[in-house]
Ligand binder design. Structure first.
Ligand code: ADP
Length: 493
C-alpha cells in the first residue's frame, strides 16, 4: 500500500473502524468454519485486511435473527423508527471522513468522490426517516350501505439486500433505509470486494439505536448466501443492484417462494448531443456522466451520440478535457480518476477497445493501460464508433467514451433505444420542444436534460426493459417494501 493508504488503514483499524466479522443479531461473528477472504486496495494491489467468508449457515441465522426482530421493529410507531434512522444519518455524517477513507481504500474512487458518496448515501437515510411517517392508507367509498372499506399498508417482512462494489455505501442505504422505515428488517450481502464500508455502516446503525437483528451483514460465498436468501420462506423481498445476469438468476430463484423483487441492473446509457446544444454545458455534463467513478456506474454515459454539425467541435473540446484529468491513487490530491476495480474489469475494457479498433474506430485520446500500472487505465475517447461494436452494445464500465455520429433526431432516438437496457439517458439541447419530444420517445427510466448527474434521494431511480424492476429513492421507493391490505368491515347498519 502507498504510505498514505497504509497510514489511513492503520488509523482506521486502531480506531475500530475496520470490522472484519459478519454482523448477525447485533453480534460480530466469524464464519462458522473460520474461513476468511482478503479485501484489496485496488490502487496498490495490497491486502487491507481479511474478512469472514460466510455461506448458507450464517445466512440462515441472519434471516432468523431478522425475522425475530421484525416482530418487534414493525410494531414500533413510525416516529420511533424515524428517530433511529435520523440518528443513523447523523452518525454517518459525523463519520463522513472515516467512511470516505474506508471507501477509497477498498474501492479506489478519489477521496472527494468517496466523501460525496457518503453524503449521497446518508441522504437516503435522512429522507426515509422523514418518509416513515407518511405511510398512508385509504378509505374507499363502499358499494353497499352497511360496509366500510379501507386500505392499510404493512411492511413486507425480512428483506435480502444484495449490493455491488461501485457504491459501497449508497447502494446499501437506498435499500435498507426505506426497508427499515416501513418496518422491515434486512440481511445485507455486500460485494466481497467492498465489505468494509458496509460493516462500518452496520456498526453505526447499532450505535444509532436500531435494534440488534434489524440490520444483519453476511459476506463470502455469493451463490451460497444468495441461495439461502432465495430458499427461505421468511425472506419476503429481494432487492438487488448488480449485473443483469445475476439479477435474472435472482428473479428466477425468487419465483419458488414468490418473493417481491426489485432489480437495478445494467444500463447502456445514451448521451445525445444535438447541434443546438450549448457546447460548454454539454461538455461539463458529458464529463460528469461518463467519468464519475472512473466510468464504473450503471448510469454512466455508455454511448455518446453527437450530431454531425457539432461532432468535430465537440470531439476536439471533449478530448482536451478528458486528457487533462489526473489519474492515480484516490488519496492523492487532485486525482479525478482512480483505478478500475480489478483485473477482469480491466480486461473487459481492453477487449472492448480492441474490438472497436479492429472494426474501424479511432482512438482520439488514451486507449491503453496507464503507466501507473495496476488496473489504472488512461481516460479514453474513441471516435467513429458504430452500432455493431461491443462499445455500443454493452456496458464498458470503465473510463472509455465512445463517440457515435448521427444526422437526425429520429436516427438518434432509434440508436438510443436499440438496446435491451433502459436505465439512464441524457440529452443536450437548447430546444424546449425537442427536450419534451425526445424525453417522451426515450425508453429509459431516468432522463437528464442538460445535466449529467441526476440521481438524488428525492427522485425515483430505476430502469425499464432489462435494466430492472422497481424504483429506489423518493416516495415511490417506499412502495417496494410495503404490502397493500384491503379490509372490508361489514354488518355496519
Ligand atoms: P458486478 O459485475 O457489478 O460485480 P454482480 O452481479 O456480479 O455484479 O455482483 C453484484 C452483487 O451480487 C455482489 O454482491 C455479488 O457478490 C452478488 N452475487 C453475484 N453472484 C450472485 C449469486 N449467484 N447469488 C447472489 N448474489 C450474487
Amino acid at each position: 500500500m502507498s504510505t498514505n493508504a497504509r497510514s489511513v488503514a492503520s488509523r482506521l483499524s486502531s480506531s475500530g473502524f475496520i470490522r472484519t466479522q459478519g454482523f448477525i443479531g447485533g453480534k460480530w461473528v466469524d464464519a462458522y468454519d473460520g474461513k476468511t477472504i482478503e479485501v484489496y486496495n485496488p490502487a496498490t494491489g495490497e491486502v487491507i485486511t481479511n474478512v469472514a467468508c460466510m455461506g448458507g449457515r450464517e445466512t440462515k441465522d441472519a434471516i432468523t435473527s431478522a425475522h425475530n426482530t421484525f416482530l418487534s421493529w414493525s410494531k414500533l410507531t413510525a416516529a420511533e423508527r424515524s428517530r433511529c434512522l435520523r440518528k443513523w444519518f447523523d452518525l454517518i455524517m459525523a463519520n463522513k471522513e472515516e467512511l470516505g477513507q474506508l471507501m477509497t481504500l477498498e474501492q479506489g474512487k478519489p477521496l472527494d468522490e468517496a466523501m460525496g458518496e457518503v453524503t449521497y448515501g446518508a441522504s437516503y437515510i435522512e429522507f426515509y426517516a422523514e418518509e416513515a411517517k407518511r405511510v398512508y392508507g385509504d378509505i374507499i367509498p363502499a358499494a353497499l350501505p352497511d360496509r366500510r372499506l379501507f386500505v392499510m399498508k404493512q411492511p413486507v417482512g425480512v428483506v435480502g439486500a444484495i449490493t455491488p462494489w461501485n457504491f459501497p455505501l449508497a447502494m446499501i442505504t437506498r435499500k435498507v433505509a426505506p426497508a427499515l422505515a416501513c418496518g422491515c428488517t434486512v440481511v445485507i450481502k455486500p460485494s466481497e470486494l467492498t465489505p468494509l464500508t458496509a460493516l462500518a455502516a452496520a456498526e453505526l446503525s447499532i450505535q444509532a439505536g436500531i435494534p440488534p437483528g434489524a440490520v444483519n451483514v453476511v459476506m463470502g460465498s455469493a451463490s451460497d448466501i444468495g441461495e439461502a436468501l432465495l430458499a427461505s420462506p421468511q425472506v419476503r423481498k429481494i432487492t438487488f443492484t448488480g449485473s443483469t445476469t445475476v439479477g435474472k438468476k435472482l428473479m428466477a430463484g425468487a419465483a419458488e417462494t414468490v418473493k417481491k423483487v426489485s432489480l437495478e441492473l445494467g444500463g447502456n446509457a445514451p448521451c445525445i448531443i444535438f447541434d443546438d446544444a450549448d457546447l460548454d454545458v454539454a461538455l461539463k455534463g458529458t464529463m460528469a456522466t461518463k467519468f464519475r467513478n472512473s466510468g464504473q456506474t450503471c448510469v454512466c454515459a455508455n454511448r455518446i451520440l453527437v450530431q454531425e454539425g457539432i461532432y468535430d467541435k465537440f470531439s476536439i473540446a471533449f478530448s482536451k478535457a478528458v486528457e487533462s484529468m489526473k489519474v492515480g491513487d484516490g488519496f492523492v490530491e487532485g486525482v479525478a480518476q482512480g483505478p478500475i476495480i480489478n483485473d477482469s474489469a480491466l480486461h473487459k475494457v481492453e477487449s472492448f477497445v480492441q474490438d472497436a479498433i479492429s472494426k474501424g474506430a479511432k482512438v482520439l485520446i488514451g486507449g491503453k493501460r496507464h503507466s501507473l500500472g495496476m488496473t489504472f487505465y488512461e481516460p479514453t475517447v474513441i471516435g467513429d464508433v458504430k452500432s455493431e461494436m461491443l462499445l455500443a452494445r454493452e456496458e464498458v464500465f470503465g473510463p472509455v467514451a465512445p463517440l457515435m455520429k448521427f444526422k437526425t433526431e429520429e436516427e438518434a432516438i432509434h440508436i438510443a433505444n436499440d438496446t435491451n437496457a433502459g436505465l439512464a439517458a441524457y440529452m443536450f439541447t437548447t430546444s424546449i420542444k425537442r427536450s419534451w419530444r425526445v424525453s417522451e420517445a426515450l425508453e429509459y427510466g431516468l432522463v437528464g436534460i442538460n445535466e449529467g448527474q441526476i440521481s438524488t434521494e428525492v427522485a425515483p431511480f430505476g430502469g425499464m426493459k432489462q435494466s430492472g424492476l422497481g424504483r429506489e429513492g423518493s416516495k415511490y421507493g417506499m412502495d417496494e417494501y410495503l404490502e397493500i391490505k384491503y379490509v372490508c368491515l361489514g354488518n355496519m347498519s
